[in-house]
Ligand binder design. Structure first.
Ligand code: ATP
Length: 424
């Protein structure tokens, strides 16, 4: 690596340099020679993630395998380099600096997240207790702000890409930088995830490409918050043809004073936050860090800051008061590009008053990799597990099916979402 201090370089210089080094050092390896495969942790569109033990070091790692048939070397190197570049942030998945290729895959190693991903702990139609959700949201917001300060946009914010180390979300990390691009770069359309996709990207009548923008992460982050607190999707897709979305936009644009039914469980302050995060007009959307200003308020109307998202269903309530304490309006919580700011953020996290928790809500964990699907039943769309093996990458439409036969998933009409296009 060049002797220039990292701080004086632009992002792309560092990323390009990291890619070059990774390309020059990419060895061909036989996985079994160095790693003992324990089990598969998940499956994604482009490959799989295995839990392994490094035979020499004895360290547990998560190896991400990207199929060569569907992944260009350039894309692999980009994902690897961006992940490496971002990994100093304590709320972003750590990397081991290991990348290699086999006959069929490009592979890199990450730290292993003991409890899988966020999707698996959100009780469908119930949501997480407010304190747990806030704690998680806080860490994800810092991670996204860190990314944005580096002029990068994640572009795939969803529960499956938030890895957790415990079911109370005391330690969570943002992952999967396969879609991450520099803000302002042009992208063309491909199929993609639906409920988290910002309205401007759902507009299929637009044929020209897009410029990558932070605001699409902010939108996905807003949808993620709703999902975490309620166990439902707010809508199937952010298009006028979706009645849930239409109802929301009428309220959002102040055409009606009536709060849409699935939003009535939130306090005034939480609704104000959602209005800012989920502004239909892209340029009026707030930044992710604005959310810090809302942590001191209750978000759920059940009057108990430790409560969950309401919406029915039996659940175990969290005991102990407090919640996440964040002082000020949060503007100083933003991570800037400097190391000092990062340290400050860690300090802030350490200073948080976190109350002891009762045992977590018990939810059956789906087998293997899971994706968010939706069923429609009564007031909204709720989470169901979708096996990633049955997802169809070429169209990205979801096969929607019950989470698993033993879960507390209520029955509902199964929706198969029509593929829509977003950009890479
Ligand atoms: N480091 C890790 N520790 C534990 N589990 C992991 C880890 N990395 C990934 N997983 C699991 O594997 C799943 C798929 O991983 P990942 O999102 O990186 O793959 P992908 O191919 O990029 O997926 P996508 O189709 O969403 O783009 C995750 O949702 C998670 O459940």
């Amino acid at each position: 690596m060049s002797s220039s201090p990292l701080g004086s370089r632009g992002n792309m210089d560092i990323l390009e340099e990291l890619q070059l080094i990774a390309a020059q050092n990419l060895e061909r390896l036989e996985v079994n020679k160095y790693y003992e495969v324990i089990r598969e942790l998940g499956k994604g569109t482009y490959g799989k993630v295995d839990l392994v033990i490094h035979k020499i070091r004895g360290t547990k790692m998560a190896l991400k395998f990207l199929r060569k048939k569907t992944t260009k070397l350039k894309s692999f190197l980009r994902e690897y380099s961006i992940s490496l570049y971002l990994s100093p942030c304590p709320f972003i998945i750590n990397m081991f600096g290991i990348a290699f290729e086999t006959d069929d895959y490009y592979v890199f190693a990450q730290e292993y997240a003991l409890s899988g991903d966020l999707f698996d702990i959100i009780p469908p139609q119930v949501g997480l207790p407010e304190t747990v959700a806030k704690r998680c949201v806080h860490q994800v917001a810092i991670a996204l702000d860190y990314l944005h300060c580096k002029k990068l946009v994640h572009r795939d914010v969803k529960p499956e890409n938030i890895l957790i180390f415990d079911r109370e979300c005391r330690k969570v990390k943002l992952s999967d930088f396969g879609m991450t691009r520099r803000a302002g770069s042009p992208v063309k359309r491909v199929s993609g995830t639906i409920p988290y996709t910002a309205p401007e990207l759902c507009d299929t009548s637009r044929h020209e490409g897009f410029c990558v923008d932070y605001s699409t992460d902010v939108w996905a982050f807003g949808v993620l918050l709703f999902c975490m607190l309620t166990g439902n999707f707010p809508w199937e897709k952010a298009l006028p043809t979706d009645s849930f979305y239409q109802e929301f936009t009428r309220w959002q644009r102040r055409r009606t004073g009536t709060v849409p039914s699935q939003w009535r469980r939130f306090t005034e302050q939480a609704l104000r936050m959602f209005r800012r995060l989920l502004s239909v007009e892209q340029d009026r959307r707030c930044s992710v860090k604005e959310v810090f200003g809302y942590f001191s308020h209750s978000w759920m109307l059940d009057g108990d800051s430790n409560g969950n998202g309401g919406g029915g269903g039996e659940r175990e309530r969290e005991r102990g008061g407090g919640g996440v304490r964040v002082e000020g309006d949060g503007s100083s919580t933003s991570s800037s590009s400097g190391e000092e700011d990062e340290e400050m953020l860690v300090e802030r996290m350490k200073q948080q008053t976190l109350s002891p928790l009762s045992p977590p809500v018990s939810v059956e964990r789906g087998t293997g990799g899971t994706k968010v699907g939706m069923t429609e039943s009564g007031g909204g769309h709720h989470f169901v597990s979708v096996s990633t093996t049955s997802s169809v990458p070429s169209t990205n439409s979801y096969d929607r099916m019950p989470r698993d036969s033993n879960s507390n998933q209520p029955p509902g009409r199964i929706l198969v979402a029509t593929p829509i296009e977003i950009c890479v």
